[in-house]
Design a binder for this molecule. Sequence first.
Ligand SMILES: Nc1ncnc2c1ncn2[C@@H]1O[C@H](COP(=O)(O)OP(=O)(O)OP(=O)(O)O)[C@@H](O)[C@H]1O
Length: 489
Amino acid sequence: MPRLDVRIKTNLRARAVYATGPEQREEVVTIRELSLNGALVDQLRGHPDQTLTLLTELSPARQIRLQGDLVRRSGTKGSAVHFYYSDRNTTSALWHYISAQLQQQSTSHCPYCGNEGNAAEGQCGQCRQSLAFQDADYLDVHLLETLAARIQSRIPKLNADHCHKIIKYIDRELLNLQDRSTDQEFVGTCPTMLRVFSMINKVAGTDLNVLILGESGTGKELTARAIHQRSPRMDKPFVAFNCAAIPEGLLEAELFGYQRGSFTGAVDTKKGKFELADGGTIFLDEIGDLSPHLQAKLLRFLEDRIVERIGSKRGHRVDVRIIAATNCDIHQRLENGGFRDDLFFRLNAFCIKLPPLRERGGDKVVLARYIFRKISETGHFTPQGFSEEALKAISRHDWPGNVRELINKIRRAMVMAGSDLLEPADLELEPPAPTVAPTDLHRQVSKSKKEIVLAALEENNYVIARTARSLGISRPSLYSMMKKFKIEH
Ligand SMILES: Nc1ncnc2c1ncn2[C@@H]1O[C@H](COP(=O)(O)OP(=O)(O)OP(=O)(O)O)[C@@H](O)[C@H]1O
């Protein structure tokens, strides 16, 4: 690992663009000394005649902009300036360029003791100073090692406004930190979830409609909230609406609102969900279940953004971002005409696909531990953790109800278990399947989701709420599974 206190004498010249106030200045500078402690401490003097323009070698986006980061040091010879580069690309590009230049300059003499040495060897043969400053990961490692100290040193200079901005930045940029309004964290460490986090971060700042696909309980609503909370609409309402949870006849009134007296029972004028979400985001869950009539109405709304309450002759313009989600096979619905192409294209401006929990590898255990900790915080429970066997069972299980099923199983186990560690039986997880004869294996393999749902329904006397709870899924999800598997209620 390169030492952090390395200093190198140099005569590199660079053109620096910086600003001390609203005005931006450009200056040709001579870098007299490079201090490899993360910041470049440069002795600056103009030598326009010998300009070695670093900047022209870099793309415009990477040009060194030191706005606001420039600190002038008084009392030193000439004008000495600390350069702090907060932008990683700029720093790395600059770093590699300078490293290459220095290597060329110092292949015969050590910059510390002046003796013959070779910088490319990584260490001076005489004074043993580390010269491996060109390590590709130097800056990243150094930044990580010194981040806490850098923040610490700046804390006394922060005021409430700075703190507010920093917290806002952290909330927006780092998904796995605490979610302010719901006190929920979005947990995920597997590559697919990291990709999802990155997509959320990218799309949040835009105003694109988003379509979220994923099985029930995979975190579609959590994703929609995460997008909203990182978007410029974050301080405006987030309205979640499940299109499958409300009888068809009431859906239109719920979404678009109604005028007093427009139908029997409309004793008061009521705003619909779109109006309630004005300025913010509306999350339309189970969008695949919308009737053709409502699909047409939603499409019209997407085109002109005008909401017309039932019974009203006047429309209101509404500014709302739409995030839709479904757990059905929307492409199949498109093929068989169950969902309109034109509406799909409107909603699908940006698509995020959430992987089922069974495909998230080590995240099953990471999530289990997180959920355990969260539930532990809500009261006093006997179990203090999971047994090794329980963790293995969690990893092995397929989790058809995804994260919701995991939450329900852990919550139930924590209430019921009497010992210190949760065992597979407490979680109602089957022990590993014994080595089975081929016929048994065949039976195991063909044990489909449909059979699991049927068994749960029978066990719970076809009481939907109870069956959904036992499967760890929502009622609408159970209904849509029953529809999909053609199971009569
Ligand atoms: N990655 C995650 N980290 C932490 N909690 C999660 C995660 N994914 C889901 N959850 C939690 O699991 C539960 C179900 O998530 P959510 O309601 O977002 O799923 P969904 O896909 O919208 O389900 P449905 O389709 O059944 O409505 C919620 O309590 C949510 O907070």
